[in-house]
Design a binder for this molecule. Structure first.
Ligand code: FES
Length: 98
């Protein structure tokens, strides 16, 4: 796993894009708990999902509002799907598997 440092880098209720081993990964910290990591580029037209709104286990793309489930990667439109990465918090640090 890769250590991305303190979880405090991500404000509660927001997402941040990290480059991990050359991959753009959006990491979200929803207000109601949990930590999620998905590919940053939206499969529709490459919007940056890290800039979208995250609510519970859903992120809404800032470009055209397609929604993606942060657990499964499943999209709200057609067969769109995003990659989900394994992530966890340990002793206040973010650990991700890429
Ligand atoms: S680019 Fe994400 S919904 Fe269009």
């Amino acid at each position: 796993m890769v250590n991305l440092g303190s979880i405090d880098k991500i404000p509660l209720g927001q997402g941040i894009c990290f480059i991990v081993e050359g991959k753009e990964i959006a990491i979200f910290r929803p207000r109601d708990g949990g930590l999620f990591a998905v590919q940053n580029k939206c499969p529709h037209r490459q919007g940056s999902l890290a800039e979208g709104v995250c609510d519970q286990n859903i992120v809404i793309c800032p470009y055209h509002a397609h929604k993606f489930n942060l657990h499964t990667g499943m999209g709200s439109e057609g067969d769109e799907k995003i990659k989900v990465y394994q992530i966890k918090e340990e002793k206040g640090e973010i650990l991700i598997e890429v």
